[in-house]
Design a protein around this ligand. Structure first.
Ligand SMILES: Nc1nc2c(ncn2[C@@H]2O[C@H](COP(=O)(O)OP(=O)(O)OP(=O)(O)O)[C@@H](O)[C@H]2O)c(=O)[nH]1
Ligand SMILES: [Mg+2]
Length: 451
């Protein structure tokens, strides 16, 4: 028998009431033992009862108790919720009495974990619960609620069902070749299905990536040689004189951060020390930091000086950012052009002067275009929000691509079947239809107590 758990579901602190949640087979019996009022064992499901919590003979709190009998409850087990007085001491008193009478203290997320293990919600919905609680903007909240309502799960499950059908059909074809009325799964049929499934999952993947941007913003780093106008660019973008600007090369040594709201999506900007070889100990550390940030950034703004020829250091940086999301910003176009643009062939280039706001607007437009920010605003909220599920989805799409190339290489159905099973498995991991104990433990441990 699963132990009966108890936990405080409301935030601990001063408040009018606190809710203590109890779940498990013994929930009603245990609460009944410490309750003066009517006999809760006889209470109908989904009813509320007035009375007192007692410790031995002594009344300790005046409460309302909700009785919810399995299976129509949050955990699918018997659940009792005690509305007691708020405040840490008062709430903990009732919790202690419950623990002394046979309840065990719930771990963080254990109620939701039970809801998952008992099949009431899947993993995506469980993550939706956590996201809803943690949401910081209206857009976050709406997406999390959507997730909680199962619309994302339904979309993943629909595709998993298609794969299940294909695999089942192939199995019947192989095991019972004599059943002629069952349609044979041909390579062509697999190809068509795989294409459709991949298209649908790619849409979810793209929306999920956008969703991550909405939640976390775009980590953007401004890099370049000394004195090209990096700090000036940060200041003009955030419309604040945050970073020191001088005509002395090597002005910025430490990282300077700022935020820019681009139509509801935040750019987390970092201005860095100009990259050059230097003997100065402090500047050297700054340059090292700049180089490390290139690796982590989601967007790199590489600033060049229009008034100077490209030097070797700059050519090296251009090479470094080539395969990353980047924009080459040629600054100081108010000055005579010395830069050889042929050396920047095919690069993503925007010409600006930090002295002219209107030119800087062009850069903002370019960023919006690059991240499709306009599209994000259309609020397609059917997306996955956890790094766990997005990584699994990416892996699934890669396997579908493998199947497509196997088809192109004329591989037979039984070879394709192996990869179809992998797709099925990965999609199952996303929703939690198939799962590993350890991952489940870790996931729910991130929840709050009492949820
Ligand atoms: N003519 C012109 N000068 C500019 C422009 N933008 C910045 N500057 C000047 O260039 C000089 C260097 O600017 P900063 O913003 O400090 O350059 P930086 O890249 O941050 O330099 P470090 O921090 O030393 O790496 C300053 O004198 C700025 O006024 C521009 O668009 N046109
Ligand atoms: Mg600077």
């Amino acid at each position: 028998m699963e132990k009966t758990i108890a936990g405080v579901a409301t935030a601990l602190g001063i408040g009018a009431i606190s809710i203590i949640r109890v779940s498990g087979e013994e929930a009603i019996n245990i609460v009944n033992k410490i309750f003066i009022g009517e006999n809760l064992k006889k209470a109908a499901s989904h009813t509320i009862h007035y009375g007192f919590i007692v410790e031995g003979e002594k009344r300790v709190d005046e409460v309302l108790v909700s009785i919810m009998r399995a299976p129509r409850t949050y955990t699918k087990e018997d659940v009792v919720e005690i509305n007691c007085h708020g405040g840490i001491i008062a709430t903990n008193k009732t919790l202690e009495i419950l623990l002394a009478n046979g309840c065990e203290l719930a771990e963080p997320g254990e109620f939701t974990k039970r809801a998952f293990l008992n099949g009431r919600i899947d993993l995506i919905e469980a993550e939706g619960v956590m996201n809803l609680i943690n949401s910081q903007t209206e857009l976050n909240r709406a997406a999390a609620f959507n997730q909680l309502q199962g619309s994302v799960s339904a979309r993943i499950e629909k595709n998993r069902k298609k794969i299940t059908d294909l695999i089942a059909h192939i199995a019947v074809n192989i095991d019972y070749p004599e059943y002629e009325d069952i349609e044979e799964v041909t390579v062509d049929k697999i190809k068509k299905n795989v294409r459709k499934i991949k298209k649908d999952l790619l849409e979810v993947y793209q929306a999920s990536k956008n969703g991550k941007l909405i939640q976390e913003g775009i980590n953007t780093v401004i890099i370049g040689s000394p004195n090209v106008g990096k700090s000036s660019l940060l200041n003009v973008l955030i419309e604040e004189n945050k970073a020191i600007v001088t005509d002395i090369a090597g002005t910025t040594r430490d990282l300077v951060e700022g935020k820019l709201n681009l139509d509801g999506v935040i750019l987390n900007l970092i201005d860095t020390a100009g990259i050059r070889k230097t003997k100065d100990k402090i500047e050297k550390i700054g340059v090292q930091k700049s180089l490390e940030l290139i690796k982590k950034a989601e967007l790199i703004l590489l600033v060049l000086d229009n008034n100077k020829k490209l030097d070797n250091d700059e050519l090296k940086i251009i090479e470094k950012v080539k395969d990353k999301n980047h924009i080459i910003v040629i600054n100081k176009i108010d000055l005579k052009s010395q830069i050889d643009k042929k050396q920047l062939a095919n690069a993503n280039v925007v010409e600006i002067s930090t002295f002219e706001q209107e030119k800087v607007t062009k850069l903002k437009e370019k960023i919006k275009e690059m991240f499709n920010l306009e599209k994000i605003q259309q609020k397609d909220l059917t997306y996955l929000t956890s790094a766990r599920s997005i990584a699994l989805l990416q892996k699934t799409i890669a396997i579908l691509e493998e199947i497509e190339s196997s088809v192109a290489n004329n591989q037979p159905v039984d070879v394709l079947e192996i990869d179809l099973k992998r797709v099925w498995h990965e999609l199952g991991l996303i929703t939690g239809k198939t799962y590993e104990e350890e991952i489940i433990e870790q996931l729910f441990a991130n929840f709050c107590l009492g949820k």
